[in-house]
Design a protein around this ligand. Structure first.
Ligand code: XMP
Length: 531
Protein backbone atom coordinates (compact mmCIF):
# COMPACT_ATOMS: atom_id res chain seq x y z
CA UNK A 1 0.00 0.00 0.00
CA UNK A 2 1.34 3.39 -0.89
CA UNK A 3 0.71 6.94 0.19
CA UNK A 4 -2.63 6.94 -1.57
CA UNK A 5 -4.70 5.03 0.97
CA UNK A 6 -7.41 7.61 1.41
CA UNK A 7 -9.61 5.79 3.91
CA UNK A 8 -7.21 5.72 6.79
CA UNK A 9 -5.86 9.19 6.22
CA UNK A 10 -8.72 11.42 5.05
CA UNK A 11 -11.46 10.01 7.16
CA UNK A 12 -9.57 9.87 10.41
CA UNK A 13 -9.35 13.34 11.85
CA UNK A 14 -6.61 12.41 14.23
CA UNK A 15 -5.44 16.00 14.43
CA UNK A 16 -8.58 16.79 16.32
CA UNK A 17 -8.20 14.07 18.96
CA UNK A 18 -8.08 16.01 22.24
CA UNK A 19 -4.95 15.13 24.19
CA UNK A 20 -6.93 14.28 27.29
CA UNK A 21 -9.09 11.68 25.52
CA UNK A 22 -8.21 8.02 25.91
CA UNK A 23 -7.27 6.77 22.47
CA UNK A 24 -6.58 3.31 21.07
CA UNK A 25 -5.26 3.00 17.52
CA UNK A 26 -5.98 0.05 15.26
CA UNK A 27 -3.28 -0.36 12.63
CA UNK A 28 -5.02 -1.54 9.48
CA UNK A 29 -3.14 -4.41 7.85
CA UNK A 30 -6.04 -5.10 5.52
CA UNK A 31 -8.35 -7.42 7.41
CA UNK A 32 -12.03 -7.22 6.54
CA UNK A 33 -12.68 -7.07 10.27
CA UNK A 34 -10.25 -4.25 11.12
CA UNK A 35 -13.03 -1.71 11.59
CA UNK A 36 -14.90 -4.23 13.70
CA UNK A 37 -11.99 -4.14 16.16
CA UNK A 38 -12.38 -0.37 16.39
CA UNK A 39 -16.10 -0.75 16.96
CA UNK A 40 -15.58 -3.29 19.75
CA UNK A 41 -13.12 -0.97 21.47
CA UNK A 42 -15.56 1.95 21.12
CA UNK A 43 -18.14 -0.30 22.80
CA UNK A 44 -15.83 -0.07 25.83
CA UNK A 45 -16.28 3.71 25.75
CA UNK A 46 -12.74 4.26 24.59
CA UNK A 47 -12.18 6.30 21.45
CA UNK A 48 -10.67 4.13 18.76
CA UNK A 49 -9.80 4.75 15.15
CA UNK A 50 -8.32 2.84 12.29
CA UNK A 51 -5.03 4.20 10.94
CA UNK A 52 -2.65 3.21 8.20
CA UNK A 53 -0.51 0.23 9.08
CA UNK A 54 2.65 2.30 8.53
CA UNK A 55 1.77 5.35 10.62
CA UNK A 56 5.12 6.73 11.79
CA UNK A 57 6.28 6.14 15.36
CA UNK A 58 6.77 9.89 15.61
CA UNK A 59 3.10 10.56 14.83
CA UNK A 60 2.04 7.82 17.22
CA UNK A 61 4.06 9.51 19.97
CA UNK A 62 2.28 12.81 19.30
CA UNK A 63 -1.12 11.12 19.45
CA UNK A 64 -0.15 9.41 22.68
CA UNK A 65 -2.50 6.42 22.48
CA UNK A 66 -3.15 4.25 25.51
CA UNK A 67 -2.83 1.18 23.32
CA UNK A 68 -2.19 -0.10 19.80
CA UNK A 69 -3.86 -3.03 18.07
CA UNK A 70 -2.45 -4.55 14.90
CA UNK A 71 -5.29 -5.94 12.79
CA UNK A 72 -5.20 -9.13 10.77
CA UNK A 73 -4.56 -9.05 7.05
CA UNK A 74 -4.59 -11.25 3.96
CA UNK A 75 -0.81 -11.19 3.29
CA UNK A 76 1.99 -13.44 4.55
CA UNK A 77 4.42 -11.57 6.79
CA UNK A 78 7.34 -13.03 4.86
CA UNK A 79 5.79 -12.23 1.45
CA UNK A 80 7.63 -9.76 -0.83
CA UNK A 81 5.22 -6.78 -0.49
CA UNK A 82 3.67 -7.57 2.83
CA UNK A 83 2.51 -4.51 4.79
CA UNK A 84 4.90 -3.70 7.64
CA UNK A 85 4.78 -1.12 10.42
CA UNK A 86 7.40 1.50 11.23
CA UNK A 87 9.90 -0.63 13.24
CA UNK A 88 10.41 2.24 15.69
CA UNK A 89 6.86 1.51 16.95
CA UNK A 90 8.27 -1.43 18.88
CA UNK A 91 10.55 0.89 20.88
CA UNK A 92 7.61 2.92 22.17
CA UNK A 93 6.42 1.91 25.57
CA UNK A 94 2.79 1.47 24.53
CA UNK A 95 0.71 -1.68 25.17
CA UNK A 96 0.18 -3.60 21.95
CA UNK A 97 -2.07 -6.40 20.82
CA UNK A 98 -1.46 -8.19 17.53
CA UNK A 99 -4.34 -10.11 16.02
CA UNK A 100 -3.68 -12.92 13.48
CA UNK A 101 -1.40 -11.28 10.86
CA UNK A 102 -0.83 -8.52 13.43
CA UNK A 103 0.40 -11.08 15.94
CA UNK A 104 2.71 -12.58 13.35
CA UNK A 105 4.16 -9.12 12.56
CA UNK A 106 4.69 -8.42 16.25
CA UNK A 107 6.27 -11.80 17.06
CA UNK A 108 8.45 -11.76 13.97
CA UNK A 109 9.89 -8.33 14.79
CA UNK A 110 10.68 -9.56 18.27
CA UNK A 111 12.56 -12.64 17.18
CA UNK A 112 10.08 -15.49 16.57
CA UNK A 113 9.53 -17.35 13.31
CA UNK A 114 6.37 -17.38 11.24
CA UNK A 115 5.77 -20.46 9.11
CA UNK A 116 2.97 -21.78 6.92
CA UNK A 117 0.73 -24.04 9.06
CA UNK A 118 0.21 -27.70 8.07
CA UNK A 119 -3.17 -26.68 6.73
CA UNK A 120 -5.23 -23.55 6.60
CA UNK A 121 -7.27 -23.24 9.77
CA UNK A 122 -10.64 -21.65 9.27
CA UNK A 123 -13.68 -21.53 11.50
CA UNK A 124 -14.57 -22.21 15.11
CA UNK A 125 -12.22 -24.14 17.33
CA UNK A 126 -11.75 -24.72 21.02
CA UNK A 127 -9.02 -22.77 22.80
CA UNK A 128 -7.56 -23.70 26.22
CA UNK A 129 -6.01 -21.07 28.46
CA UNK A 130 -3.06 -22.54 30.37
CA UNK A 131 -1.50 -19.42 31.94
CA UNK A 132 -3.55 -17.08 34.13
CA UNK A 133 -3.23 -13.43 33.16
CA UNK A 134 -5.18 -10.18 33.51
CA UNK A 135 -5.78 -10.46 29.79
CA UNK A 136 -8.04 -13.44 30.48
CA UNK A 137 -9.94 -11.96 33.45
CA UNK A 138 -13.55 -13.18 33.65
CA UNK A 139 -12.97 -15.80 30.95
CA UNK A 140 -13.42 -19.57 31.33
CA UNK A 141 -10.42 -21.89 30.95
CA UNK A 142 -11.78 -23.15 27.65
CA UNK A 143 -13.70 -21.21 25.03
CA UNK A 144 -14.68 -21.25 21.39
CA UNK A 145 -12.65 -18.96 19.14
CA UNK A 146 -12.70 -18.08 15.45
CA UNK A 147 -9.59 -18.83 13.42
CA UNK A 148 -8.80 -17.76 9.89
CA UNK A 149 -5.15 -18.24 9.05
CA UNK A 150 -2.63 -20.15 6.96
CA UNK A 151 0.59 -19.01 8.65
CA UNK A 152 1.33 -19.22 12.32
CA UNK A 153 4.02 -18.31 14.82
CA UNK A 154 6.64 -20.98 15.39
CA UNK A 155 9.67 -21.18 17.58
CA UNK A 156 8.40 -18.55 20.01
CA UNK A 157 11.20 -16.25 21.16
CA UNK A 158 12.09 -16.81 24.82
CA UNK A 159 11.02 -13.26 25.70
CA UNK A 160 7.45 -14.49 25.11
CA UNK A 161 5.29 -17.12 26.80
CA UNK A 162 2.33 -18.99 25.40
CA UNK A 163 -0.90 -18.26 27.29
CA UNK A 164 -3.36 -20.40 25.35
CA UNK A 165 -3.41 -23.09 22.67
CA UNK A 166 -5.76 -24.94 20.35
CA UNK A 167 -5.24 -28.51 19.17
CA UNK A 168 -3.33 -27.30 16.10
CA UNK A 169 -1.96 -23.97 17.25
CA UNK A 170 0.35 -24.00 20.31
CA UNK A 171 0.51 -20.19 20.34
CA UNK A 172 -3.14 -19.18 20.12
CA UNK A 173 -2.39 -16.42 22.65
CA UNK A 174 1.05 -15.15 23.67
CA UNK A 175 2.51 -12.49 25.92
CA UNK A 176 5.86 -10.77 26.30
CA UNK A 177 7.45 -11.63 29.66
CA UNK A 178 8.31 -8.03 30.65
CA UNK A 179 6.42 -5.69 28.34
CA UNK A 180 2.66 -5.26 27.77
CA UNK A 181 2.76 -6.93 24.35
CA UNK A 182 0.14 -9.55 23.48
CA UNK A 183 -0.71 -11.64 20.44
CA UNK A 184 -3.81 -13.60 19.46
CA UNK A 185 -3.88 -15.98 16.54
CA UNK A 186 -7.69 -15.96 16.57
CA UNK A 187 -10.08 -13.05 16.00
CA UNK A 188 -11.63 -11.68 19.21
CA UNK A 189 -13.55 -9.00 17.26
CA UNK A 190 -15.98 -11.39 15.52
CA UNK A 191 -19.06 -12.68 17.28
CA UNK A 192 -18.09 -16.29 16.53
CA UNK A 193 -15.38 -15.91 19.17
CA UNK A 194 -17.19 -16.56 22.40
CA UNK A 195 -16.46 -13.73 24.87
CA UNK A 196 -14.18 -11.98 22.35
CA UNK A 197 -15.63 -8.66 23.53
CA UNK A 198 -14.52 -9.44 27.08
CA UNK A 199 -11.03 -10.20 25.84
CA UNK A 200 -10.79 -6.85 24.05
CA UNK A 201 -12.26 -5.17 27.09
CA UNK A 202 -9.55 -6.78 29.25
CA UNK A 203 -6.87 -5.52 26.87
CA UNK A 204 -8.22 -2.01 26.78
CA UNK A 205 -9.07 -1.65 30.46
CA UNK A 206 -6.63 -3.91 32.31
CA UNK A 207 -3.59 -3.87 30.06
CA UNK A 208 -3.87 -0.34 28.60
CA UNK A 209 -5.43 1.10 31.77
CA UNK A 210 -8.29 2.90 30.01
CA UNK A 211 -11.17 4.09 32.18
CA UNK A 212 -13.79 4.22 29.45
CA UNK A 213 -14.92 7.83 29.57
CA UNK A 214 -15.61 8.33 25.85
CA UNK A 215 -19.21 8.73 24.66
CA UNK A 216 -20.83 8.95 21.22
CA UNK A 217 -21.45 12.62 22.08
CA UNK A 218 -17.68 13.19 21.88
CA UNK A 219 -17.78 11.86 18.34
CA UNK A 220 -20.62 14.23 17.52
CA UNK A 221 -18.60 17.16 18.91
CA UNK A 222 -15.57 16.08 16.94
CA UNK A 223 -17.53 15.76 13.69
CA UNK A 224 -19.20 19.12 14.23
CA UNK A 225 -15.85 20.84 14.75
CA UNK A 226 -14.37 19.21 11.69
CA UNK A 227 -17.42 19.99 9.50
CA UNK A 228 -17.31 23.66 10.57
CA UNK A 229 -13.60 23.90 9.85
CA UNK A 230 -13.98 22.30 6.45
CA UNK A 231 -17.10 24.07 5.27
CA UNK A 232 -16.37 27.62 6.44
CA UNK A 233 -19.13 29.85 5.13
CA UNK A 234 -20.05 27.65 2.11
CA UNK A 235 -23.37 25.95 1.57
CA UNK A 236 -23.81 22.18 1.91
CA UNK A 237 -26.39 20.09 0.10
CA UNK A 238 -27.69 16.94 1.69
CA UNK A 239 -29.87 14.39 -0.11
CA UNK A 240 -32.60 13.11 2.18
CA UNK A 241 -34.05 9.67 1.58
CA UNK A 242 -36.23 9.32 4.65
CA UNK A 243 -33.92 6.62 6.03
CA UNK A 244 -31.75 6.65 9.14
CA UNK A 245 -28.39 7.41 7.57
CA UNK A 246 -29.30 10.50 5.57
CA UNK A 247 -31.40 11.81 8.47
CA UNK A 248 -28.48 11.48 10.88
CA UNK A 249 -26.19 13.24 8.40
CA UNK A 250 -28.72 16.05 8.04
CA UNK A 251 -29.14 16.36 11.80
CA UNK A 252 -25.38 16.47 12.31
CA UNK A 253 -24.93 19.10 9.63
CA UNK A 254 -27.82 21.11 10.94
CA UNK A 255 -26.15 21.20 14.32
CA UNK A 256 -22.84 22.14 12.76
CA UNK A 257 -23.85 24.77 10.22
CA UNK A 258 -27.60 25.41 10.64
CA UNK A 259 -28.83 27.75 7.89
CA UNK A 260 -25.95 26.90 5.54
CA UNK A 261 -27.60 23.51 4.94
CA UNK A 262 -29.97 22.79 2.05
CA UNK A 263 -31.70 19.41 1.83
CA UNK A 264 -33.11 17.83 -1.30
CA UNK A 265 -35.74 15.13 -1.17
CA UNK A 266 -36.70 13.52 -4.47
CA UNK A 267 -40.12 11.88 -4.59
CA UNK A 268 -39.60 9.26 -7.28
CA UNK A 269 -43.13 7.90 -7.10
CA UNK A 270 -41.73 4.63 -5.74
CA UNK A 271 -42.04 5.44 -2.05
CA UNK A 272 -44.13 3.67 0.56
CA UNK A 273 -47.54 4.92 1.62
CA UNK A 274 -47.42 8.37 3.22
CA UNK A 275 -43.63 8.50 3.04
CA UNK A 276 -43.23 11.78 1.24
CA UNK A 277 -45.43 13.54 3.80
CA UNK A 278 -43.72 11.90 6.73
CA UNK A 279 -40.26 12.96 5.52
CA UNK A 280 -41.52 16.50 5.11
CA UNK A 281 -43.09 16.49 8.55
CA UNK A 282 -40.12 14.91 10.24
CA UNK A 283 -37.90 17.49 8.60
CA UNK A 284 -40.04 20.41 9.67
CA UNK A 285 -40.20 19.09 13.23
CA UNK A 286 -36.46 18.84 13.53
CA UNK A 287 -34.75 21.31 11.24
CA UNK A 288 -35.68 24.87 10.41
CA UNK A 289 -33.69 24.98 7.26
CA UNK A 290 -33.98 25.01 3.51
CA UNK A 291 -35.85 21.91 2.20
CA UNK A 292 -36.40 21.21 -1.49
CA UNK A 293 -38.99 18.52 -2.19
CA UNK A 294 -38.94 17.58 -5.84
CA UNK A 295 -41.95 15.63 -7.05
CA UNK A 296 -40.53 13.72 -10.00
CA UNK A 297 -42.87 10.74 -9.80
CA UNK A 298 -44.32 11.25 -13.25
CA UNK A 299 -40.91 11.39 -14.85
CA UNK A 300 -39.75 8.21 -13.09
CA UNK A 301 -42.92 6.27 -13.94
CA UNK A 302 -42.74 7.36 -17.58
CA UNK A 303 -39.11 6.23 -17.81
CA UNK A 304 -40.00 2.88 -16.18
CA UNK A 305 -43.07 2.15 -18.31
CA UNK A 306 -42.82 -1.32 -19.83
CA UNK A 307 -39.46 -2.11 -18.16
CA UNK A 308 -39.43 -5.49 -16.37
CA UNK A 309 -35.75 -6.30 -16.05
CA UNK A 310 -34.53 -5.57 -12.48
CA UNK A 311 -31.10 -4.28 -13.44
CA UNK A 312 -32.58 -2.06 -16.16
CA UNK A 313 -35.00 -0.66 -13.60
CA UNK A 314 -32.09 0.13 -11.28
CA UNK A 315 -30.12 1.80 -14.08
CA UNK A 316 -33.06 3.96 -15.15
CA UNK A 317 -33.85 4.96 -11.57
CA UNK A 318 -30.20 5.73 -10.82
CA UNK A 319 -29.79 7.89 -13.91
CA UNK A 320 -33.10 9.70 -13.52
CA UNK A 321 -32.33 10.38 -9.87
CA UNK A 322 -28.98 11.94 -10.76
CA UNK A 323 -30.60 14.14 -13.45
CA UNK A 324 -33.32 15.35 -11.10
CA UNK A 325 -30.93 15.87 -8.21
CA UNK A 326 -28.41 17.70 -10.36
CA UNK A 327 -31.04 20.08 -11.69
CA UNK A 328 -32.29 20.91 -8.23
CA UNK A 329 -28.76 21.24 -6.82
CA UNK A 330 -27.86 23.68 -9.58
CA UNK A 331 -30.69 25.93 -8.45
CA UNK A 332 -29.06 26.25 -5.03
CA UNK A 333 -26.55 29.06 -5.06
CA UNK A 334 -23.07 28.81 -3.52
CA UNK A 335 -23.38 25.07 -2.89
CA UNK A 336 -19.89 23.63 -2.66
CA UNK A 337 -20.28 20.46 -0.61
CA UNK A 338 -22.48 17.41 -0.84
CA UNK A 339 -23.11 15.40 2.33
CA UNK A 340 -23.74 11.67 2.07
CA UNK A 341 -24.59 8.97 4.58
CA UNK A 342 -21.95 6.48 3.51
CA UNK A 343 -21.31 3.97 6.31
CA UNK A 344 -18.25 1.88 6.96
CA UNK A 345 -19.76 -1.35 5.55
CA UNK A 346 -20.49 0.53 2.29
CA UNK A 347 -16.85 1.62 2.14
CA UNK A 348 -15.48 -1.87 2.67
CA UNK A 349 -18.02 -3.64 0.44
CA UNK A 350 -17.55 -1.27 -2.46
CA UNK A 351 -13.78 -1.68 -2.28
CA UNK A 352 -13.45 2.09 -1.96
CA UNK A 353 -10.24 1.36 -0.11
CA UNK A 354 -8.99 -0.84 -2.94
CA UNK A 355 -5.55 0.71 -2.77
CA UNK A 356 -5.32 -0.46 0.82
CA UNK A 357 -4.35 -4.01 1.70
CA UNK A 358 -7.91 -5.28 2.15
CA UNK A 359 -9.35 -7.55 -0.48
CA UNK A 360 -12.73 -6.50 -1.82
CA UNK A 361 -15.49 -8.99 -1.06
CA UNK A 362 -18.34 -7.71 -3.16
CA UNK A 363 -19.45 -4.61 -5.01
CA UNK A 364 -22.61 -3.49 -3.29
CA UNK A 365 -25.61 -1.76 -4.73
CA UNK A 366 -25.97 0.75 -1.90
CA UNK A 367 -22.96 2.74 -2.98
CA UNK A 368 -22.44 5.12 -5.83
CA UNK A 369 -25.69 7.06 -5.57
CA UNK A 370 -24.34 10.35 -6.80
CA UNK A 371 -21.37 10.61 -9.11
CA UNK A 372 -18.32 12.80 -8.81
CA UNK A 373 -19.25 14.74 -11.96
CA UNK A 374 -21.81 16.64 -9.92
CA UNK A 375 -18.77 18.66 -8.99
CA UNK A 376 -19.22 18.82 -5.23
CA UNK A 377 -16.73 18.08 -2.53
CA UNK A 378 -18.00 15.14 -0.49
CA UNK A 379 -18.68 15.20 3.23
CA UNK A 380 -19.19 11.72 4.66
CA UNK A 381 -19.31 12.05 8.42
CA UNK A 382 -20.51 8.46 9.03
CA UNK A 383 -17.81 6.83 6.95
CA UNK A 384 -16.11 5.16 9.91
CA UNK A 385 -19.28 4.00 11.63
CA UNK A 386 -21.44 0.90 11.76
CA UNK A 387 -25.21 1.09 11.66
CA UNK A 388 -25.70 0.63 15.39
CA UNK A 389 -23.30 3.51 16.06
CA UNK A 390 -25.22 5.67 13.58
CA UNK A 391 -28.44 4.85 15.43
CA UNK A 392 -26.87 5.83 18.74
CA UNK A 393 -25.71 9.06 17.16
CA UNK A 394 -29.21 9.74 15.81
CA UNK A 395 -30.79 9.21 19.22
CA UNK A 396 -28.21 11.49 20.79
CA UNK A 397 -29.02 14.12 18.16
CA UNK A 398 -32.67 13.94 19.17
CA UNK A 399 -34.13 12.10 16.17
CA UNK A 400 -37.31 10.14 16.96
CA UNK A 401 -37.02 6.42 17.85
CA UNK A 402 -39.46 5.54 15.09
CA UNK A 403 -37.07 6.94 12.50
CA UNK A 404 -33.98 5.44 14.15
CA UNK A 405 -35.41 1.92 14.02
CA UNK A 406 -36.83 2.09 10.50
CA UNK A 407 -36.09 -0.89 8.33
CA UNK A 408 -33.80 -0.17 5.37
CA UNK A 409 -35.53 0.71 2.14
CA UNK A 410 -33.69 0.23 -1.15
CA UNK A 411 -32.86 3.23 -3.35
CA UNK A 412 -35.00 1.89 -6.26
CA UNK A 413 -37.89 1.64 -3.80
CA UNK A 414 -41.07 -0.14 -4.75
CA UNK A 415 -39.80 -0.60 -8.32
CA UNK A 416 -37.94 -3.75 -7.23
CA UNK A 417 -41.00 -4.96 -5.30
CA UNK A 418 -43.44 -4.41 -8.14
CA UNK A 419 -42.60 -7.40 -10.33
CA UNK A 420 -43.66 -7.04 -13.91
CA UNK A 421 -45.18 -3.78 -15.16
CA UNK A 422 -44.79 -0.77 -12.91
CA UNK A 423 -48.08 1.10 -13.16
CA UNK A 424 -49.74 3.59 -10.79
CA UNK A 425 -52.54 1.05 -10.16
CA UNK A 426 -50.21 -1.79 -9.22
CA UNK A 427 -48.07 0.55 -7.08
CA UNK A 428 -51.21 1.64 -5.23
CA UNK A 429 -52.11 -1.98 -4.41
CA UNK A 430 -48.54 -2.67 -3.28
CA UNK A 431 -48.47 0.46 -1.08
CA UNK A 432 -51.72 -0.47 0.63
CA UNK A 433 -50.64 -4.06 1.26
CA UNK A 434 -47.22 -2.95 2.51
CA UNK A 435 -48.76 -0.42 4.91
CA UNK A 436 -51.02 -3.12 6.36
CA UNK A 437 -48.09 -5.46 6.83
CA UNK A 438 -46.01 -2.84 8.66
CA UNK A 439 -48.96 -1.79 10.79
CA UNK A 440 -49.74 -5.38 11.81
CA UNK A 441 -46.08 -6.04 12.63
CA UNK A 442 -45.89 -2.92 14.79
CA UNK A 443 -49.13 -3.67 16.60
CA UNK A 444 -47.97 -7.21 17.36
CA UNK A 445 -44.56 -5.98 18.62
CA UNK A 446 -42.74 -7.70 15.74
CA UNK A 447 -41.44 -4.69 13.78
CA UNK A 448 -38.25 -4.39 15.84
CA UNK A 449 -37.77 -8.18 16.00
CA UNK A 450 -37.26 -8.41 12.23
CA UNK A 451 -34.65 -6.41 10.37
CA UNK A 452 -36.61 -5.93 7.15
CA UNK A 453 -40.19 -6.64 6.13
CA UNK A 454 -42.13 -5.67 3.04
CA UNK A 455 -44.76 -6.68 0.55
CA UNK A 456 -44.12 -7.64 -3.07
CA UNK A 457 -46.69 -7.66 -5.86
CA UNK A 458 -46.19 -10.63 -8.18
CA UNK A 459 -46.47 -10.56 -11.96
CA UNK A 460 -49.20 -13.21 -12.03
CA UNK A 461 -52.89 -13.30 -11.29
CA UNK A 462 -54.60 -16.18 -9.58
CA UNK A 463 -58.12 -17.48 -9.29
CA UNK A 464 -60.21 -16.92 -6.18
CA UNK A 465 -63.80 -16.88 -5.02
CA UNK A 466 -65.56 -13.94 -3.50
CA UNK A 467 -69.22 -14.26 -2.54
CA UNK A 468 -70.68 -16.34 -5.37
CA UNK A 469 -68.27 -15.06 -7.97
CA UNK A 470 -64.96 -16.17 -9.35
CA UNK A 471 -62.10 -13.62 -9.20
CA UNK A 472 -58.85 -13.44 -11.13
CA UNK A 473 -56.60 -11.02 -9.25
CA UNK A 474 -53.16 -10.06 -7.98
CA UNK A 475 -50.98 -12.00 -5.52
CA UNK A 476 -49.10 -10.28 -2.70
CA UNK A 477 -46.00 -11.94 -1.26
CA UNK A 478 -44.87 -11.05 2.24
CA UNK A 479 -41.17 -11.06 3.10
CA UNK A 480 -39.80 -10.70 6.64
CA UNK A 481 -36.20 -11.47 7.52
CA UNK A 482 -33.87 -11.56 10.47
CA UNK A 483 -30.26 -10.73 9.77
CA UNK A 484 -27.14 -9.24 11.36
CA UNK A 485 -25.62 -7.67 8.31
CA UNK A 486 -27.99 -8.17 5.32
CA UNK A 487 -25.32 -10.32 3.64
CA UNK A 488 -27.05 -13.45 4.90
CA UNK A 489 -30.58 -13.65 6.27
CA UNK A 490 -33.17 -16.07 7.63
CA UNK A 491 -36.89 -15.84 7.00
CA UNK A 492 -38.64 -14.75 10.16
CA UNK A 493 -40.75 -17.28 12.00
CA UNK A 494 -43.71 -14.96 12.41
CA UNK A 495 -46.56 -16.42 14.52
CA UNK A 496 -49.31 -18.03 12.47
CA UNK A 497 -51.99 -15.79 14.02
CA UNK A 498 -50.03 -12.73 12.90
CA UNK A 499 -49.68 -14.09 9.37
CA UNK A 500 -53.36 -14.80 9.41
CA UNK A 501 -54.35 -11.26 10.42
CA UNK A 502 -51.99 -9.79 7.81
CA UNK A 503 -53.47 -11.98 5.09
CA UNK A 504 -57.09 -11.41 6.10
CA UNK A 505 -56.68 -7.66 6.32
CA UNK A 506 -54.94 -7.45 2.94
CA UNK A 507 -57.47 -9.59 1.06
CA UNK A 508 -60.40 -7.85 2.80
CA UNK A 509 -59.31 -4.30 2.29
CA UNK A 510 -56.98 -4.08 -0.68
CA UNK A 511 -59.01 -4.14 -3.85
CA UNK A 512 -57.56 -6.31 -6.57
CA UNK A 513 -55.80 -8.84 -4.30
CA UNK A 514 -57.22 -12.32 -3.72
CA UNK A 515 -54.15 -14.19 -2.47
CA UNK A 516 -51.30 -13.61 0.02
CA UNK A 517 -48.22 -15.86 0.25
CA UNK A 518 -45.36 -15.88 2.76
CA UNK A 519 -41.78 -16.13 1.53
CA UNK A 520 -39.92 -18.88 3.41
CA UNK A 521 -36.55 -18.59 1.69
CA UNK A 522 -33.26 -17.74 3.33
CA UNK A 523 -30.40 -15.74 1.85
CA UNK A 524 -28.48 -17.44 0.33
CA UNK A 525 -29.68 -18.91 -1.98
CA UNK A 526 -32.39 -16.22 -2.28
CA UNK A 527 -31.75 -12.52 -1.82
CA UNK A 528 -33.77 -10.34 0.53
CA UNK A 529 -35.42 -8.38 -2.28
CA UNK A 530 -37.20 -10.31 -5.01
CA UNK A 531 -35.43 -8.38 -7.75
P1 XMP B 1 -30.44 -8.25 -1.26
O1 XMP B 1 -31.73 -8.19 -2.01
O2 XMP B 1 -29.22 -8.07 -2.14
O3 XMP B 1 -30.47 -6.97 -0.33
O4 XMP B 1 -30.34 -9.44 -0.36
C1 XMP B 1 -29.59 -6.68 0.73
C2 XMP B 1 -29.99 -5.31 1.26
O5 XMP B 1 -29.76 -4.32 0.26
C3 XMP B 1 -30.97 -3.65 -0.08
N1 XMP B 1 -30.97 -3.46 -1.53
C4 XMP B 1 -30.70 -2.27 -2.11
N2 XMP B 1 -30.41 -1.07 -1.58
N3 XMP B 1 -30.26 -0.17 -3.76
C5 XMP B 1 -30.21 0.00 -2.43
O6 XMP B 1 -29.98 1.12 -1.97
C6 XMP B 1 -30.54 -1.35 -4.37
O7 XMP B 1 -30.58 -1.45 -5.59
C7 XMP B 1 -30.78 -2.45 -3.49
N4 XMP B 1 -31.09 -3.76 -3.71
C8 XMP B 1 -31.19 -4.36 -2.49
C9 XMP B 1 -32.08 -4.58 0.38
O8 XMP B 1 -33.28 -3.87 0.63
C10 XMP B 1 -31.47 -5.20 1.61
O9 XMP B 1 -31.60 -4.34 2.72
Amino acid sequence: MGAQDSRTTDSVQLDSVPVDEELVLVFDFGSQTAQLIARRVREQNVFCQLVRHDLSAERVKELNPKGIIFSGGPASVYGPNSPQPDPAIFDLDIPMLGICYGMQVLCRYLGSDVIPGDSREYGRTSCRIHEPDDFFAKLPAEMTVWMSHGDQVDNLNSQFISLAATSTCPFAAVKHRQRPLYGLQFHPEVTHTQLGGQLLSNFVRKICGCKGTWRISSLIDREITSIRERVGSSRVICGLSGGVDSSVVAALLYRAIGPQLSCIFVDNGLLRKGESDSVRKQFQDHFQTDLHVVDASELFLTELAGVNDPQKKRKIIGKTFIDVFRKEAESIEDARFLAQGTLYPDVIESGANADGPAETIKAHHNVGGLPEELGFELIEPLRDLFKDEVRKMGLELGLPEQLIWRHPFPGPGLAVRCLGDITPERLKILREADAILLDELSKAGWYRKVQQAFAVILPVQTVGVMGDGRTYEQVIAIRAVTTDDFMTADWSQLPHELLQSISTRITNSVRGVNRVVYDISSKPPSTIEWE
